[in-house]
Design a protein around this ligand. Structure first.
Ligand code: FMN
Length: 240
């Protein structure tokens, strides 16, 4: 297990192995998406984690390292063979980082190649793109990344649309304010006031495209306490 622990994170009752991270500091150690260039090592890691875990093990990965090395289907088959419970595939290569568009065709091929649940990931930003992922690929579930930045109600909106075919409205400014405050409260409860710094980017996402947002962001960038931050946010939302 010691060999494998640096590649895994335990989320609730699942261990998720990540072979998708493109960050230079991660791949320079041979981790994250770099493992897509070494299928033997990737298999060894998955097998070791599965054999030693007392909870289901899942895998998240990209379609390959670059366009010459597309290994999405091979990795899916290896994962299934060694006992991975479900896989999430992001339809980009490592060298694409977050550019271009996610490849739904490769996600469809992965879905057709294995029987374990396949979760499709990449570029889901609203009801239509969520629907398209299901329609085009046949995946069992979807994962949303950047689309949730400053937009955590996206999950409810997409679930409602997929169930009913109808769209929920965006939250009102008043509802948005309550969500932002709850986000701050939960983050500080979890990490302490050190979380305030990290919250700045979330507040920037929440207020994107709102009136005088850049001036507001400049105003909050030096704040270090929860009370002061909430006060400034309430004052700003009053002006909207
Ligand atoms: C700032 C940032 C941080 C991320 N951190 C993680 C992470 O810790 N674990 C992970 O599996 N994916 C992480 N991802 C990747 C996303 O889960 C997702 O695969 C990717 O953004 C593509 O999906 P999207 O188009 O919906 O954003 C991160 C992405 C971004 C932009």
């Amino acid at each position: 297990m010691a060999y494998a622990t640096k590649y895994v994170s335990k989320i609730a009752d699942v261990i998720d192995i990540n072979m998708g991270c493109p960050a230079p500091k991660v791949v320079k150690n041979g981790d994250g998406s770099k493992l897509l260039l070494d299928l033997e090592k990737a298999e060894k890691i998955m097998k070791t984690v599965v054999e030693n875990a007392s909870v289901p093990v899942t895998l998240k990965y990209r379609k390959g390292w670059d366009k010459e090395n597309i290994v999405a289907v091979e990795i899916a088959k290896i994962a299934q063979k060694v006992g991975i419970s479900a896989i999430t595939i992001h339809g980009r290569t490592r060298t694409q980082f977050y550019s271009g568009t996610a490849d739904l065709e490769i996600i469809k091929q992965v879905k057709q190649a294995v029987n374990i649940p396949v979760i499709g990931n990449g570029d889901i930003i609203n009801e239509e793109t969520a629907y398209e992922m299901f329609q085009e690929t046949g995946v069992d579930g979807i994962m949303i990344g950047r689309g949730a930045f400053g937009n955590p109600w996206i999950f409810q909106k997409i679930a409602y649309f997929l169930e009913t075919g109808k769209k929920l409205p965006d939250p009102t400014i008043k509802e948005k304010l309550e969500i932002v405050k709850k986000h701050i409260h939960l983050a500080v409860e979890e990490k302490g006031e050190i979380a305030i710094k990290e919250l700045r980017k979330h507040i920037a996402w929440y207020t994107k495209n709102l009136k005088n947002a850049s001036e507001f962001r400049n105003n909050i960038n030096k704040i270090e306490t929860q009370n002061e931050l909430i006060k400034k946010i309430e004052e700003y939302f009053e002006t909207l």
